[in-house]
Design a protein. Sequence first.
Lengths: 165, 591
Amino acid sequence: MPEVVSSDTRVDELKEFMAQFKGKPRAEANLIAILHKAQELFGFLSKEVMDEVALAMDIPTAHIWGVATFYHYFHLKPSGKHTISVCLGTACYIKGAEEILNKIKEELKIQIGETTSDNLFTLQEARCLGACGLAPVMMIDDKIYGTLTPKKVMEILQSYRKKKA
Amino acid sequence: MKKSVIIYINDKPYQVESGQTIMQAADKLGYHIPRLCYHPKLSIEGACRVCIVEVEGMKNYVASCAYPVAEGMRIRTHTKELRTARRDIVELILDNHPDDCHTCERDGICELQRLAYAMGLRHRHFEGEKKNYEKDLSSASVIRDPNKCILCGRCVRICSEVQKVNALGYAHRGFKTVVMPAYNMPFSESVCTTCGQCINVCPTASFVEKNYTQELFEKLQDPGYIKVAQIAPSVRAAIGEAFGLEPGRAMERETVAALRKLGFDYVFDTQLSADLTIMEEANEFLERVKNNGRLPMITSCSSAWMKCMEQFYPDLIENISTCKSPMSMMGALLKTYFADKIKKEPKKILSVAVMCCTAKKYEAARPELRVNGLPAVDIVVTTREIAWMFKSAGIDFVNIKGEDFDKPLGLSSGAGTIFGVTGGVMEAAIRTAYEIYTGEPLMEIEVNQIRGLQGIKEGKLDLNGTEIRVAVAHGLGNANALLNTVRQDPGRYHFVEIMGCPGGCIGGGGQPYAGSNSTPLDEECLKKRAEALYGLDRQKIIRRSHNNPDVRRLYKEFLGKPLGEVPHKLLHTHYKAKEPRGIVSQEMTLR
């Protein structure tokens, strides 16, 4: 797990980002933007990062924790190298998205929201990726894969594993 | 002058001030619209929808807690349709609530239960999904049970708005929303000051104190112990309410009698150790004044304030009086002086404190307050817990014949009595410090400038030409404002009193729940409790701590001089900056 240390330049960047709001009226209203920035820098929101935000912005950690847990966008644990989003929207669902999802869960031995032990994949569910014509679909990072079958899914996962090797 | 408007409630015209909500206007006119998440001391949440009313011309019902009155507004408060809607709303709240009223700690004194009854919920239509979370039992004082939470948010609001501690927040969303400390940390590791105000405002048993009644019942049966109780001033001012008595009726001697009936061998008064606190604290203060010590000196009696101070005001540690709280002073005496006196081993003494406070449970567990390796106080029970024990044991508290405290630690001055109300410690200290410094007794013994429920109070005192400026704050939010002033202008005050709870100890987190006709922390109720203590003070011949003959004897026989070697060992303590993980609280940052 990445630790926040003062020598980490990402901390400086986050602090710089927060500095622009300081002293402005309702500075705390920028919390979501700040958490976005933090996640962009660190990949997820660790307690240490949220503590930094709390101190710099004078926002209670209990409140930051509330915002961080409210939005699915924010990750509280480190994500894998690749994020798989399986669409469970209506069209995909009818076309067998559940089977696809179960196959991935079985293959990677993780549940939704979890990351594989080799840190390669994080699994997420998605609600319509706007590619219903290709249902069932999934997205890995920002690439869409359509007309999936369990067999095709296996091949795709394999290709990412090979890339790593 | 505010503009007035004419509104109609249930077709009756009323002239009311504009700028208030329908609920506020209706309250004054005798319509108590049912409510749940609303609390007069807190911001408006509008979450529960129980307080809906019909407003002519509006398509939907409006939440009366949040909707302002307007000229010509026609409001209906209890039509058949409204009553059905409200009943359904409460039923839906209950659907996710555990159906365990008959085994619940708040059975019979539960606001949700009362509301369901008043809404006429006699039949349940749905079986909702139940929550299944673990209780947080980590804190020495406060237990959090998310399963009973109905998300009214009063706890979150009192913690952030009144106490400004911000220990609690909402986490997650929708059905999975849970009120919890940051990072879902155990309470014991959070910034929770253990003040217990969340318990006071919780309408269910989602927050309760850590209960020691069973343990105490067991120990009271154990012949191996000498069982000794001490009672905080504010317990006697409020315990009657738990038995349906009007607020403000002091039940001092009745409580003593009931504790004996419960099985205590000795019943002592925390007010005596409050007198002792004053002897030490007044001398400590004068010492600081004479020797240019760190000022303002800040009081240290309130345990929630102690935890708060160590977390948020470590820069002020040197300002804090080193005096232990009266409870811990009494505990220390019980395990030394008193044990000697009755020729018993200190470990055979069961030291029980009956307190208006939940934070005292935390204080009792603080390791540095142990005396010769033993806890100074073995068990702390709140006013609520002891009232329940009286009921459970079948003690007829209301009709009991009063009895006197035991010797040698039962006699107190009026100064010790008023410790329980905001400004009381300061007033008591002034009564004594004045006389020590000037050699003359203070004539105007009732220091009115620091009485009352105003958030921050200031006063001045003339000590033979030296002006002493004092300030008093109650509730940690008010304390925050006052201490920020102190930080900016350290020379402004010489002496500052801080109490963690609104109203002081009389509004403590362990006091009886509000009854069916009152709101938690109702100011009128607090005023009556305060008046009960001021009344006891007025009845006393001895109203100055240093005139308490038992305190004098204690110094003569055992303690020596105030601030001397024995008091230093037994009656004083020290503090350490604490930095609970990842914590910061708005307006309380150290930067």
